[in-house]
Write a protein that binds this ligand. Sequence first.
Ligand SMILES: Cc1cc2nc3c(=O)[nH]c(=O)nc-3n(C[C@H](O)[C@H](O)[C@H](O)COP(=O)(O)OP(=O)(O)OC[C@H]3O[C@@H](n4cnc5c(N)ncnc54)[C@H](O)[C@@H]3O)c2cc1C
Length: 496
Amino acid sequence: MPQQFGNRCWYTSASSSVLGGSSVTSDAKYARGVPQDYAGWPRDWAHDRLLPYFKVSEDNGDYDMWKDTRYHSRGGELHVQRFKYIDKYMESVIEAFEEVGFVQKDINAGDAFDAVVHHQFAILNNTRLSANTAFLKPVRHMKNLQIITGATVTKILVDKTTKAVDGVLYERGKSKEQAAYVKREVVLAAGAINNAKLLLLSGIGPRAEVSRHNITLLQDSPVGLNYRDQVSFGGLSFMLEDVTSFNESQLVADFEQWFESRTGLLASRGIGQISSFVKSREDHDGPDIEYVLDGNFVRTNRFVMSKINVAATEEQNLPLPYYNIINVKPVLLKPKSKGRVTLNKQNPKYGRPTIQPNFLKENKDLQYLVDSVELVLQLLNTESFKKTGIKLAPIDHFPCEKANDREKWSCMARHYTTAMGTPVGTCRMGTNATEAVVDPTLKVYGVEGLRVVDASVMPAHVSAGIFAVSVMIAEKGAKMLIDDWKQIKDYYVYSS
Ligand SMILES: Cc1cc2nc3c(=O)[nH]c(=O)nc-3n(C[C@H](O)[C@H](O)[C@H](O)COP(=O)(O)OP(=O)(O)OC[C@H]3O[C@@H](n4cnc5c(N)ncnc54)[C@H](O)[C@@H]3O)c2cc1C
């Protein structure tokens, strides 16, 4: 979480966490959504205007992509590329989707309708690039940057009279709370859940919620109220016929090859490299379902459901490229259901904030998920699946097995609901302070010197994950911040 301090930039990262946040553990898939997704965003955030901010950090490594210079570029900090390794099941899945009407296309070039995709990931030399390795590491030497790790920000300090931000309070290990004061502004980037917590603890949020914890209200604001996450469910899995045993010596050889040259089977994410996007309703303005795939290895044919994947008692975790099960997760990309994030009732400061997700509360969300199953089952009748021997895995769909088909999938969607880890909207951006927490320049309504720059400002999801969008928001946020301070010449000093 960076804060400006004089001409210096401080960056803190919470204890027991990592620099780079969820980009360190995410799937690293790079997808931006389609232009229509941004139609409801403030005018300055229309897709055409955002393209330069997507492109500025992009270093595209696939020729068939970067030759399209309207949408892609090279030379930015974030290298994106497809994994080179493709196995026969990936090919088979692509072919099967093609047989049922999907088309291979570049989903980051304005059109993702009925697309089957071999994804680009944030990787360099087949190795993950996190927000830390791509953006922070190259500038760590800068004299005006100080990184404090293991620090948890506990409050934003706001002058009660002027409503100007003075700085933040933070804790590091067992040491006492310390203050970091700012001359210019604080940039909050603690993610959709913790931004809400910090703003609420600082007196910025819905009147009732702030008062409930005896915190002085500084700004009545809809903080935490527009929480949304993409959802999916488990139970739809395919079994690969010809993979029954696992060759341990092959695994050792694969690791050796990986360490020597970053190539081979381990230079891959397995079947997760492929997914497809569908617009399930004529009147929708973008793809609304993504069929996300992931593989795992199960050493038995007595399958049980474990969370959303198929598992078995003898199972061992193997790297992603080794799989004999393909789990298909239909992901509701643009959920209508909204939840809320509030402070922990017993311990607002140190307790985990409460998330009331309200997943599938809107009937349509459930309906679209259930409808999406039909297409997955169609894949089983494709020549491609028959040729490769991919079959439906005989899973015990407890407690939904007795219901008829549609009821069964509706039951599964409700029993095995899973959040995709893409929370947005708790500090939504908008043009009025009643509905939004930040204005279109990402400044928090009602206080001076506080910006929010991460996925929490997204008014709603785009038809993709949120990593590429978060990077774009950061690029645009940085530009707006620098432009603002450049206008006040004495304040702006650039040093490298
Ligand atoms: C398992 C998983 C897989 C995913 N895969 C993909 C994918 O393939 N593609 C995609 O587009 N998206 C994916 N996502 C989503 C995506 O990675 C992130 O959610 C997105 O990048 C959001 O970034 P953010 O900056 O808003 O928040 P975060 O990445 O959560 O960053 C918040 C940071 O703030 C720090 N912080 C929080 N509170 C404090 C505090 N009080 N003091 C100091 N620091 C604090 C945290 O430690 C963290 O470093 C995935 C998410 C998950 C969980």
